[in-house]
Design a binder for this molecule. Structure first.
Ligand code: GLV
Ligand code: MN
Ligand code: MN
Length: 496
């Protein structure tokens, strides 16, 4: 089986072929993803030495690698925190990122603007300004203590490719308009609702999202106003692009998983993206003195939350045990859940949070993802049922709020095969002789492409990362893989 064959892509930096970096729980997913690959044969990179590549003007190493990597590091320093990367929707650092990205867009010869939701746009009309436009994008916001490639890589690789066309006088020859969009919010860290930026462009962001508040009680619309971006219900609806003016949407993104590294391939094509739901759970009990209330008389929301979270873990590890006897979920959904369901409690807070006080309230988030939407719904139903039972048993109250839902998305097959050819020809240009096929894989992570799929056909390229690590400062992409990603977009644009 292909999974056991490891080859390393040559690079100026150390290669990533070691499988020992994989942590065990990822292996399960890895095998699942391997099965999705259309490649069934081994492949070998046997091509040119790095020095030869340095002198190949058609590969633009200065723009597509050196400058792109320098920009990734520069943007990676634009942070609201001093010691780690944090850039949430319209924070002070996000405003600085907007200006930086806009300047890079202008440097690539693009006409630029910032819209009322804080998305940055850079557009080249090409030779046919009236033709349907290709949109390329990704997000500029980050998680807390983030890596610097998640989101930024998609923006910077696209800008680098367009800059190469600009420098060679070919931007005006593009057969259709090309627009790069740096979206303002994909992670949803600040408001617990993702796709504020791409959702507005795709026309799926409801006006009520503008009233959502952050932890400090500031609403999305207030945060926008504070930054001189006024949005009303009417102007929000005008941000939606006319679907007849758009040809398709392409996104380059760090893989955030270990599959490409294991395959020894810098680039892969995404077949589809898992659906996701975010819940906010609030458990209320009886606040009291830690030293005086007997254990048998407590209504402790912290202990209840612990049981609820372990129930979530157990259900998500073994969905077939919880769902197979019910009729909520067909056999296929249960099978699909067994291989793709993941559930996470990433944030928890307690009130009043003191060591000698039995808490009065505990609040935590739940993130649930699966390839199968019916199965995900069944998990949420069963989880809620069991949670209310546990809360009843413990005499605490539970409230489950659905903060975000996004259905699973299938990438467009034609666009995907065009991206696959672009990736293949790129690797061939860089490495010479290649056997085997560019891997095809599913995405467990969410992307702006999910929102954009409501507007137009979408396609995605994944870029290999070290150890499959993301949402961590350990996130890393080889310089040569940044180059491959930028060159693949350039190849794609050349054949558009
Ligand atoms: C975004 O990175 C997500 O998948 O939550
Ligand atoms: Mn991302
Ligand atoms: Mn992310």
């Amino acid at each position: 089986m292909t999974c056991s064959i490891i080859r390393c892509f040559k690079s100026r930096e150390p290669t990533y072929c070691s499988s020992s970096i994989l942590i065990p729980h990822r292996l399960f997913f890895f095998f699942f993803f391997c099965l999705l690959s259309s490649s069934s044969s081994a492949f070998v990179f046997s091509g040119n030495g790095t020095e030869d590549l340095e002198n190949r003007s058609d590969l633009f190493p200065k723009i597509l690698r050196d400058e792109a990597v320098a920009r990734l590091y520069e943007l990676g320093k634009v942070s609201d925190a001093r010691d780690y990367l944090e850039r949430t929707f319209l924070s002070p650092a996000s405003m600085r990122a907007i200006n930086l990205i806009r300047a890079w867009m202008e440097d690539a010869g693009l006409r630029t603007w910032v819209d009322e939701m804080g998305n940055v746009h850079g557009r080249a009309e090409g030779a046919n300004a009236d033709a349907e436009a290709l949109l390329i994008g990704s997000h500029m916001d980050t998680v807390v203590d983030a890596g610097m490639f998640d989101g930024s890589l998609g923006i910077i690789s696209a800008l680098s490719a367009l800059k190469a066309l600009h420098m060679t006088g070919k931007l005006g020859q593009l057969r259709r308009p090309v627009e790069v969009i740096a979206f303002s919010d994909e992670e949803g860290v600040r408001f617990q609702t993702t796709f504020l930026g791409s959702g507005a462009i795709a026309g799926i962001l409801p006006a009520k999202a503008l009233k959502t508040t952050d932890k400090r009680g500031m609403a999305v619309e207030d945060v926008l106003k504070e930054n001189s971006l006024e949005v009303t219900e009417e102007s929000l609806s005008k941000l939606k692009y006319d679907p007849t003016s758009v040809w398709g949407y392409v996104e380059v993104h760090i893989e955030q998983g270990p599959v490409l590294e294991r395959f020894g391939y810098p680039l892969g094509v995404v077949k589809g993206i898992a659906g996701q739901t975010r819940l906010k759970v609030t458990v209320r009990g009886s606040q009291g003195h830690a030293g005086t209330v007997p254990m048998s008389m407590r209504q402790d929301p912290m202990a209840a939350a612990a049981e609820l979270i372990l129930t979530l873990e157990s259900l998500c590890k073994n969905p077939e045990e919880y769902l197979s006897y019910g009729h909520q979920c067909g056999d296929n959904s249960v099978k699909s859940l067994s291989s793709s369901l993941v559930c996470t409690v990433g944030e928890i807070s307690t009130w009043p949070s003191a060591s000698n006080v039995i808490p009065g309230q505990v609040t935590y988030t739940v993130d649930i993802r699966a390839m199968d939407d019916t199965g995900r719904e069944a998990v949420i139903y069963e989880l809620s049922r069991r949670m209310y039972q546990i809360c009843d048993k413990r005499s605490v109250s539970c409230n489950i709020e659905r903060k975000h839902d996004a259905g699973a998305v299938a990438c467009d097959s034609e666009l995907s095969s065009q991206l696959k050819s672009a990736a293949y020809s790129t690797l061939k240009r860089m490495e010479g002789d290649i056997q085997g096929e560019v891997p095809v894989l599913m995405s467990g992570a969410g992307h702006d492409a999910m929102a954009m799929s409501h507007l137009t056909k979408v396609g995605m390229l994944f870029v290999r990362c070290r150890g499959g690590i993301s949402h961590s400062p350990e996130e890393h992409v080889l310089d040569s893989d940044v180059w491959a990603a930028s060159l693949a977009i350039l190849s794609f644009l050349e054949t558009l």
